[in-house]
Design a protein around this ligand. Structure first.
Ligand SMILES: Nc1ncnc2c1ncn2[C@@H]1O[C@H](COP(=O)(O)OP(=O)(O)OP(=O)(O)O)[C@@H](O)[C@H]1O
Ligand SMILES: [Mg+2]
Length: 293
């Protein structure tokens, strides 16, 4: 479980200081697909970047399974980041590397034997249904395919958590549905807890079981997705609801006569082996930074 306790974040920018988060308390349970929604500038990316310490809080503590991680550095920080995959709106793939080499990167960083890395990268590409594109370069893929490569790379260290910051915002509706359903499948089959940052209620409704609504650095509402939709308490949530669903539901309806991702019971074709967090080898801290652009 991830707990944020009385988190505040102040940025010091060229034009003065700016408070991006204030008094944030949040618990994300294992197995959740936890949505954080809010308008542009609300503090969503700041919040999610605290979870792997790409940003440090100005106030408050971050606690994972009872361990206070707020001041982690060195080896502890590398192990933390290896345990938390992250994907972004702009995919952040290495353009000079093939698809296979992109997915191999985290394995190279932790000095896996090359043959094992290649084998594992192919397995991961199968998980995202892209093994046939292994030798292509990112520029030779569609946006949805690039995001699936990024997902495969994020899974390479068998993380417990995956942070998705507007991961589908650059994709069309149909592709968004495919990527969301893939994330939900990974959650169901591998037990990866997801934190999904989005400004889209349609995205939140499709895969999240819980939601927090953030406005100007404050959590203004939190609850099960069903409750937030049925009975929005905050002005922001009501406004987002009024804005509608940007066509994603239409795409979902067309792409599948099936139930939504959370209701479906996907067939598992994932590699079965799982590593405990403790046994995971550490990963080069730069990976997170590099992938982060
Ligand atoms: N490095 C920084 N230095 C100064 N201010 C920052 C920095 N990063 C973010 N901010 C400010 O903090 C606030 C929250 O930014 P954040 O990126 O978390 O918003 P967001 O909810 O992710 O928005 P968007 O939906 O547009 O991505 C904004 O007002 C932003 O200008
Ligand atoms: Mg953002």
């Amino acid at each position: 479980m991830i707990e944020l306790r009385d988190i505040g974040k102040v940025y010091h920018a060229s034009d003065g200081s700016h408070r991006a988060l204030n008094g944030v308390n949040l618990s994300i349970n294992d197995g959740d697909i936890f949505g954080i929604i809010g308008e542009s500038g609300a503090g969503k990316s700041t919040l999610v970047r605290l979870l792997n310490l790409l940003e440090r809080p100005t106030e408050g503590r971050i606690v994972i399974d009872g361990d206070d991680i707020t001041d982690y550095s060195g080896r502890q920080l590398r192990e933390l980041r290896a345990n938390i995959g992250m994907i972004f709106q702009n995919f952040s793939l290495f353009q000079q590397r093939t698809v296979l080499q992109n997915v191999m990167f985290p394995l190279e960083v932790r000095h896996e034997p090359k043959a094992r890395s290649i084998e594992r990268a192919h397995e991961l590409l199968s998980v995202v249904s892209l093994d046939d594109k292994a030798s292509r370069y990112p520029s030779e893929l569609s946006g949805g395919q690039q995001q699936r490569v990024a997902i495969a790379r994020a899974l390479a260290n068998q993380p417990r958590y995956m942070l998705c910051d507007e991961a589908t915002s650059a994709l069309d509706s149909r592709t968004t549905v495919q990527v969301l359903d893939l994330l939900a499948q990974i959650n169901a089959d591998l037990g990866v807890t997801m934190v999904v940052i989005t400004h889209s209620l349609a995205v939140a409704r499709r895969i999240c079981n819980r939601l927090a609504v953030i406005d100007e650095g404050h959590i203004v509402e939190e609850g099960s997705t069903a409750d937030v939709f049925a009975n929005p308490q905050s002005k922001v949530a009501r406004e987002l609801l009024e804005w509608g669903f940007e066509g994603i539901d239409d795409a979902a309806a067309r792409s599948s006569a099936e139930p939504s991702a959370r209701e479906a019971q996907p067939q598992s074709d994932f590699p079965s082996e799982k590593q405990s967090a403790a046994s995971q080898k550490s990963q080069h801290a730069e990976e997170g930074e590099v992938a982060h652009g």
